[in-house]
Design a binder for this molecule. Structure first.
Ligand code: SF4
Ligand code: SF4
Length: 362
């Protein structure tokens, strides 16, 4: 497996990382652990989990798998979103226990959605608690996971607190995060990318996105993964695996692969550029909505309009894919909570109004 140095940590990690949030049946720890061990046997050495993933079972699954994996043959990443220092410590200790390890290789200050949250994590003690844990050897490297835009991520990385970042980045949303990569490269920090397939959007729109494919690529999924890992600033692309077949497909995408030359990356960027900005990536951070509007489904519907350019594309998507009627969008009370949480900063309320108007043929 192709590996890259994770910033200046001295660790080399596989360019495909195991995202432990998509197990097919998380209640079955043993069956799920088989998928993890299969990935390890295929050369994946970076395993990314978190509390609450997979009905809060992901860390236990990883711990089950790690029981038979030599500790010096893999790196484990987990996370904590608590702002309070004592709460972070408790979460870290729980993670260590569930994972069955003495230390976390990459510990994330988790899920920055608004720029002021970094200050909050500082003021309430989370950062200091993590630094203490690192001094004790319970954490090897302190990193951050963020859904901020490129400029805000640049400030987070300029703070000097972190040795790397996990950030959503793919062939569709890259303009939104370009500054993140630039800043990480400037400081020689590691970058793990989540959502490299745009939450399934890329494979679902394979025909429309066929221009992603280069001559060596089997399909757009392979092309999208290669787009990510070919970029020097990106250390690894995290893929959420449900089964062994998915592991094999992702590994095949990077085996015997020469990174795309810079001109190819630029050609893809030029083709997709601004016309694909504003996509919902299906990350789900906007839910739950207080009045239970199914926001990701409705924003996926809006993606079809961006792709196809017609209202009919939305009507079809609603009816045939989601079995929803446009009226469901009218339940929105415009509280704005989803827009504050949206990782892509989408104008959700405006889009919901547009979808609701489809009900009357307006
Ligand atoms: S703005 Fe509308 S869709 Fe968004 S959280 Fe509020 S009620 Fe729900
Ligand atoms: S609307 Fe925004 S937060 Fe919600 S799923 Fe889409 S991209 Fe994610």
């Amino acid at each position: 497996m192709w590996t890259k140095p994770y910033g200046r940590t001295g660790k080399n990690i596989s360019v495909i990382g195991f995202g432990a949030m998509r197990f097919a049946n998380p209640a079955d720890l043993d069956a799920s652990a088989v998928v993890v061990r299969h990935a390890h046997a295929k050369g994946i050495n970076y395993f990314d989990t978190a509390p609450y993933y997979c009905d809060d079972r992901s860390e236990a699954i990883m711990g089950r798998a790690f029981q038979t994996m030599p500790r010096d043959s893999f790196y484990v990443s987990t996370k904590c979103a608590e702002a309070d220092g004592d709460a972070l410590r408790a979460s870290l200790e729980r993670s260590l226990k569930r994972l069955g390890v003495d230390s976390i290789d990459f510990f994330h200050i988790w899920c920055l959605l608004r720029p002021e949250q970094l200050d909050e994590r500082r003021q309430k003690g989370a950062i200091a608690a993590a630094q203490r844990a690192r001094a004790e050897g319970l954490i090897k490297h302190l990193v951050v996971s963020s859904h901020l835009n490129g400029e805000d991520n640049a400030s987070v990385l300029d703070s000097g607190l972190f040795e790397g970042i996990t950030v959503g980045y793919n062939a569709i949303n890259f303009p939104f995060r370009a500054k993140t990569l630039e800043t990480a490269a400037k400081h020689n920090l590691g970058v793990a990318t989540m959502n490299p397939l745009g939450g399934g959007l890329i494979p679902r729109n394979a025909a429309r996105l066929a221009f992603l494919k280069g001559p060596q690529d089997k399909d757009v999924v392979q092309a999208a993964l290669r787009f990510n890992v070919s970029q020097p600033a990106i250390t690894c692309a995290l893929v959420g695996f449900a089964n062994e077949r998915e592991v094999d497909e992702a590994v095949a995408a990077v085996e015997n692969f020469q990174p795309y030359p810079a001109e190819h990356i630029e050609r893809i960027k030029g083709s997709i550029g601004s016309s694909f900005e504003g996509f919902c990536t299906g990350c789900g951070y906007c839910i739950p909505c207080p009045v239970n509007v199914e926001i990701p489904k409705l924003m996926d519907t809006y993606n079809q309009k961006i792709l196809e350019g017609t209202d009919a594309a939305m009507t079809d998507r609603l009816k045939w894919h989601w079995s929803l009627s446009p009226e469901v969008a009218a339940a929105c009370t415009e509280c704005g909570a989803c827009e504050d949480a949206c990782t892509q900063h989408l104008p959700i309320r405006e889009r919901l109004r547009e979808i609701a108007a489809l009900a009357n043929g307006r």
